[in-house]
Design a protein around this ligand. Structure first.
Ligand code: DC
Length: 236
């Protein structure tokens, strides 16, 4: 059967939100999933968990096979802290939320995410998140690779300075001591690797809406996304 441009009624609606680190896509994705009561895929957290699991298992930082094996069998659970309502990430049953969010895990994630075999090991797991009533998927290749048929694709970006400032604020809030200058360098290094790797590099899908949030508040970005979904008939 020839592929149809129309969304079949049985298809799960998906919003793919991609962009570089600190662009605010995580905040927007979470908020959108909550507003719509849809599922949320934080794909970056999966790569962070692979890096963390590798460090815990004592794997060398260049051990592609070891990390690939871990990615295949990763026991990851995402939920909410019953007391605070904040996010809760478990690795093989152990809470690792704080470690996953450290910039060190972000750097480790960017490294293992450049390996094709690690990416391949996580494809089916990510696609399994596409369930009714809908999915908001946050990452680097949601619109280009994992959900290339998604009816709404957003590429969220912001200037490098603004992104470093946002990440710094976020980490400081979590009592990290990362200096803004060091963080800027790390983010630049991470973006460079994510955008220039051979497999699934960070870039907007040809049919993505690019939103530059440098001069926008989170509320303004959110409203634009709501408006785009409405214009696509994804929600009322
Ligand atoms: O979104 P994040 O900061 O949690 O992502 C951490 C790293 O994981 C990021 O620098 C690149 C990698 N990543 C990826 O390659 N593909 C994705 N879909 C999500 C994240």
């Amino acid at each position: 059967m020839a592929p149809s441009a129309a969304i079949p009624s049985t298809a799960v609606p998906i919003v793919a939100i991609d962009g570089p680190s600190g662009s605010g896509k995580g905040t927007i994705a979470r908020r959108l999933a909550e507003r719509l009561d849809w599922h949320l895929l934080d794909s970056g957290a999966l790569y962070r968990l692979v890096a963390l699991a590798g460090a815990r298992a004592g794997l060398g930082t260049e051990d592609v096979e070891g990390h690939t094996a871990l990615a295949r069998t990763l026991q990851a659970d995402f939920g909410r802290d019953p007391e605070t309502g904040g996010e809760r990430i478990l690795l093989a049953g152990e809470e690792v939320t704080a470690q996953v969010r450290e910039e060190r895990s972000g750097m480790g994630a960017s490294r293992v995410a450049a390996w094709p075999s690690v990416r391949a090991a996580l494809v089916d797991r990510q696609r399994a998140y596409a369930q009714h009533p809908g999915l908001v998927a946050d990452g680097r290749d949601m619109g280009t690779v994992i959900f290339s048929d998604a009816p709404l694709k957003i590429f969220l970006t912001a200037s490098a300075d603004e992104r470093a400032r946002r990440r710094h604020k976020q980490l400081k809030y979590k009592e990290s001591t990362a200096s803004l200058a060091a963080l800027s360098r790390e983010i630049a290094e991470r973006d460079e690797r994510d955008a220039n790797r051979a497999v699934a590099p960070l870039r907007p899908a040809s049919d993505a809406f690019v939103i530059d949030s440098t001069e926008l508040t989170a509320d303004e970005v959110f409203e634009r996304v709501i408006e785009l979904g409405r214009s696509k008939g994804l929600w009322a």
